[in-house]
Write a protein that binds this ligand. Structure first.
Ligand SMILES: Cc1cc2nc3c(=O)[nH]c(=O)nc-3n(C[C@H](O)[C@H](O)[C@H](O)COP(=O)(O)OP(=O)(O)OC[C@H]3O[C@@H](n4cnc5c(N)ncnc54)[C@H](O)[C@@H]3O)c2cc1C
Ligand SMILES: *[C@@H]1O[C@H](CO)[C@@H](O)[C@H](O)[C@H]1NC(C)=O
Ligand SMILES: *[C@@H]1O[C@H](CO)[C@@H](O)[C@H](O)[C@H]1NC(C)=O
Ligand SMILES: *[C@@H]1O[C@H](CO)[C@@H](O)[C@H](O)[C@H]1NC(C)=O
Length: 532
């Protein structure tokens, strides 16, 4: 049973589901020392900036954007690294790095691709076939496993489509692929190929990933737009486009953007929201949009008063926050094949142990930079992010010596990695859909509670984990809040409050795969999932 809410029945539905008697909430109107605004937008990442832009486009310019860091961009963030022959440092992306899914002739275009082109952000096709494979004895060709797993995917996605359409029970991606005939078992080369195929994207192993929504999430981006991934390498940073978009509605030093401001408490009810910051300041708003990552919500880095309702907490605790760590190294020479982009390593003992090395020295990216980076995810990220740089570097050197037994691998002259799982404004990298839950549960992660709204990559049903997910959800929340503020629907089908499900029955019928629940109807057909 789902509860559809519209602004006219706010009070009634709140009365039904909320355990928040008004006396536990500070009366918003009595908080006179707080700065007042119509909409408090919490976070200046893709979702927050897109929401603010959407409000602005509909002439709602009374908002405040509150951001922990000292710049716009959120998980699109870069750092200076190493040295260029001309003495300047290079710039590398610590977070989002690819435009994933571009667009095709006559088909829809990924908005991130559109915006990257608009702002001339430098990006180049990333060739996932430009790959050499290694194990502990050096270079070994096990690319035959790629053909095998590709074949399995084609049949697995049909099964996943049937499960979704017929409202059958989900399973782990491990089980789904195993049933389709993919059983890597103790073959470490097959495990490395599987890691590249699955974990590299999900930041989680197939064992803890949803079969149905993992495949849907991949296909909605790569079938709807295109299967191309473009790697961003721009000295101004990937977030340059977002800062550019922000400059279309924010003046320089606009007082509506509060940087270096950490939100600690949020109180809310059906009349408004008050936001308390670490510096003692507060904001009293008619509506607030919280775009903090799932990791921030799970770590209780912010206190909600009253406590979020049970249905919301269940959504927050059930979905997974993955961690994805890029470890950058600059050497005095390019001792690897300068014409290749990727180097896959199968460790004999541990799956996911420094599995993918990627060359930035390649002529398409930062030629002559001698920069190589290795990516780890999940449990390996947690382990490595707790280690000091020296320990991690020593482990990587050991792996590189196995991969290149015939040369003396030099020590890196520069070494750096971000620690996403410990970052207090992110607590992880991006979300992943866990095994055995439903679109209804996801909608609860997404739905507003009274006048407190939520948006971000994690609230996107079809594009979770991607920049486009954060973009669509920021726009959606902006449209809905604009409609409520103006008492007039600004975008058909995207007005009023979000529906939510209480109680959850562990199942979502086919008819509920619609825009109300954040399911992009256009992409449905492209999964090969016929709605008829
Ligand atoms: C390592 C990594 C690799 C990735 N690779 C890709 C990729 O290649 N392609 C792709 O499409 N996507 C990728 N992603 C995902 C992409 O970065 C995210 O989907 C997107 O940036 C999320 O945007 P958002 O607005 O939802 O959240 P965020 O960017 O996290 O924005 C939320 C904002 O809230 C702020 N905030 C948090 N807590 C507080 C607080 N208490 N007070 C005030 N402000 C606070 C944060 O500082 C942040 O700026 C990657 C992410 C990571 C981390
Ligand atoms: C914020 O939350 C903390 C932890 O729950 C609490 O101790 C503190 O009093 C709250 N502060 C405000 C301003 O509500
Ligand atoms: C690594 O490759 C070598 C050469 O093909 C092979 O003999 C060895 O068994 C492989 N190691 C593992 C753990 O499979
Ligand atoms: C890089 O350093 C190694 C020693 O660590 C040395 O053998 C090699 O010649 C150096 N390469 C260049 C191009 O200087």
């Amino acid at each position: 049973m789902h509860i559809v809410r519209s602004s006219s029945i706010v009070t009634a539905s709140i009365g039904l589901i909320s355990q928040s008697p008004d006396h536990t909430v500070r009366d918003i109107n009595q908080v006179e020392q707080c700065q007042r605004t119509s909409v408090a937008i919490l976070g200046a990442g893709v979702a927050g900036i897109t929401a603010a832009q959407t409000l602005s486009k509909h002439s709602f310019d009374d908002f405040l954007i509150v951001e922990y860091k000292n710049e716009i961009g959120g998980r699109m963030t870069h750092a200076e690294f190493g040295v260029h022959p001309d003495g300047r440092p290079y710039v590398v992306e610590l977070g989002a790095n690819w435009v994933q899914g571009l667009g095709s002739e006559g088909g829809p275009e990924n908005p991130i691709w559109t915006l990257a082109k608009k702002w001339d952000v430098k990006n180049t096709y990333s060739d996932f076939d430009s790959l050499l494979t290694y194990n502990e004895t050096g270079e070994v060709d096990y690319t035959n496993h790629f053909a095998a797993i590709d074949g399995v995917y084609s049949s697995a996605e049909q099964t996943a489509g049937t499960i979704l359409i017929e409202n059958l029970q989900d399973r782990s991606a491990r089980a789904g692929f195993s049933q389709a005939g993919w059983k890597p078992k103790k073959d470490m080369a097959a495990q490395a190929v599987e890691w590249w195929y699955w974990d590299f994207e999900s930041a989680n192993p197939p064992d803890t990933s949803s079969f149905v929504f993992g495949i849907a999430g991949y296909n909605s981006t790569h079938y709807q737009y295109s299967d191309e991934n473009n790697f961003v390498h721009d000295e101004r940073g990937f977030n340059y486009w977002l800062q550019g978009e922000a400059s279309t509605f924010l003046r320089p030093n606009d007082t509506r953007l509060l940087l270096d401001t950490i939100v600690t408490n949020i109180t809310y009810n059906d009349r408004g929201v008050t936001v308390y910051n670490e510096d003692g300041s507060c904001i009293s708003a008619e509506y607030a949009l919280c775009t903090f990552s799932l990791g921030v919500l799970q770590n209780e880095a912010v206190t909600f008063e009253p406590k979020l309702p049970e249905w919301k907490q269940t959504g927050i605790e059930t979905f997974h926050m993955g961690t994805y760590t890029k470890i950058f190294m600059q050497f005095n020479e390019t001792f690897w094949d300068a014409e290749k982009q990727f180097f896959l390593y199968a460790d004999p003992n541990k799956r996911g142990y420094y599995p993918i090395f990627q060359s930035l020295s390649h002529e398409n990216f930062m030629p002559g930079s001698n920069i190589l980076f290795v990516t780890v995810v999940g449990d390996e990220s947690y382990r490595i992010e707790l280690q000091d740089d020296e320990t991690t570097q020593a482990e990587i050197m050991e792996v590189l010596r196995q991969m290149f037994p015939d040369i003396t691998v030099p020590k890196p002259s520069a070494f750096m990695f971000p620690r996403w799982s410990l970052e207090p404004w992110a607590y992880g990298s991006y979300s992943n859909w866990p095994v055995g839950t439903t679109l209804e549960m996801h909608q609860n992660l997404r739905a507003n509670v009274d006048r407190l709204w939520f948006a971000g990559e994690h609230t996107s049903a079809a594009y979770f984990g991607f920049l486009q997910g954060a973009y669509f959800e920021g726009r959606e929340a902006g449209l809905r809040i604009a409609s409520l503020l103006g008492n007039e629907c600004v975008d058909q089908g995207r007005c009023g409050e979000h529906s939510f499900y209480d109680p959850l029955h562990g199942t979502t019928g086919r008819e509920a795969f619609n825009i109300i629940n954040g399911w992009d109807a256009d992409s449905f057909a492209t999964y090969g999932l016929n709605r008829e």
